[in-house]
Design a protein around this ligand. Sequence first.
Ligand SMILES: Nc1ncnc2c1ncn2[C@@H]1O[C@H](COP(=O)(O)OP(=O)(O)OP(=O)(O)O)[C@@H](O)[C@H]1O
Ligand SMILES: [Mg+2]
Length: 586
Amino acid sequence: MNTLFKLKAYYMPFKRYFFLSLFFLVVVTFITIVYPIVLQVTIDEVVYLERYALIPVVAGVFIILMLIKSISTYLQQYLGDLFGIKSVYSLRDGLYRKLQRLPFRYYDNAKTGDLMSRLTADVEAFRFFLSFGFAELIRIALLIVVSLSVMFFYSASLTLVTMAAMPFLLVVVFQFDKRVHPAFRGIRKAFGNMNTRVQENISGMTTVKSLSREDYEVGRFTDRNDEYRTNYIDTSNIWAKYFPLMEFVGNVSVVALLGYGGYLVMQGSLQYGELVAFFSLVWYILGPLMNLGFVINLFSQSKASGERLLEILQAEEEIQEIKQPFQSSAIEGHVTFQDVTLAYDEGDDAALKDISFEALPGTTIGLIGSTGSGKTSITQLMTRFYEPQQGEVLIDGKPVQEYGLKQLRSSIGFVLQETFLFSTSIKENIAYGNPEASMEDIMDAAKRAQAHEFIMAMPKGYDTLLGERGMGLSGGQKQRIAIARAILIDPCILVLDDATSAVDMETEVRIQQALKEVMKGRTTFIIAHRISSLKHADEIIVLADGVITERGTHEKLLQNGGPYQRIYDIQYQDKEMVLNTVKSSS
Ligand SMILES: Nc1ncnc2c1ncn2[C@@H]1O[C@H](COP(=O)(O)OP(=O)(O)OP(=O)(O)O)[C@@H](O)[C@H]1O
Ligand SMILES: [Mg+2]
């Protein structure tokens, strides 16, 4: 119930549908119980007393009742569904919005398959309970209470005799629930596992095929499929066994009813019609009781689903925006790091230690260092993707926390190591950060990113649709689209994280020339492994294990005798070696 209570913000706005549906449910239930009463009256008051003139009246009442019941059933079901569907719409919307707000730190540990199944299967389980389970629970309670009252009204002793077997039925129901619940959980888990397999397999198809592991993957999937099948068969077996058992206990009640009831009729203390009514009423109790196991199960399933949804909804957002963000009309791009230390996980070694530097507006900073030395981490602190444990990151002299996240992030353009392209047209992909951009602006950005030519060579040009993950484009082409995307948002700070690693030397030189113009007036961070990419920077920062080991201009660092010079030697020795071999062979 607690879970249900915590989710009330999503269904309370639609409570009027629920209460209306409940009203019609009560009408339907009462009419259901009136059936046997009409039967009893017909037998005892009409047929037995031979008052045949009353038959049209009874028939008329019956038809009217049935009409009311049909309409009420329709309204009850439709309104109940409306309640579930509308609630779940707002729940799904809330979940998706929450996913957009959750920090990078959350996604570092999240599994795509798991999140997907929460947003689909768990939401669906919750809906089913709202639409159906809740009402069913109330219907069962109502049917049992009202039927029992009518039965007691007819004959208390016969009611007690009939109900003698009920405790056994309840035991069977709860036994059933105890066994079927874990079985259902098994099915859900197996289903999740199977989904994860499929998802990973499709995402990693390139790796699977290139290493010829198709058979292995088929085997792994078969295992999961098998697990799912076995779980399903087990559950099916439990269902199949318990229902006849429940029916058997129910039938024992009916035999007791007929035996003792018949005796009472012969004695004259019970009327014929009353016995017939009893016979119908007892099934109104047995049926719902048998169903109780199923409904309880539904309830526990939806509770489990609700908990999984709450886990997302209650996840900490960490990165809080301040109430009144500082609004700058134009950010100039003056970036300052003061003694910044960042550790991704508590207890982990710091990824950045005591980093301090200053980048004046319009200057270019080069970041170089071995993999894992913290280059990308530095740039992610400016946009508040992560927050440092110590120290301060300032933009135009103000701590980044004082800006609104939107303004902050739209002033910083990223070209990342790995580009993500959406499965829409090239045009929309370039305009993703600036959907209002005109076609001219888009083409201009593409030209500057050296992407225009290859885009025009495609059959549909800018309207070419990309597959998932930007399939159909080479790595270098994807990077150039990402560069165009960054240019189009016209940021005052530009981050090029290994942005030209996937293009050939010639294209790199062309892009660099183009970028030189783009970089004018913007503070630019160039992260690169090749010295040729960043040697023109105003300051080059050399990182090792999260610490700045050297800094200065290219010329100064070459004289320093430090790591930069070593990197230079390695990269340019190669060139000399190549030149030498070419010379000696000619
Ligand atoms: N999301 C994360 N969660 C935990 N640790 C991380 C995360 N991102 C980076 N790290 C760790 O922080 C350190 C610095 O990583 P970073 O990505 O900044 O390196 P880099 O210099 O950009 O490397 P590369 O040249 O390979 O891109 C590494 O040790 C890395 O394992
Ligand atoms: Mg990196």
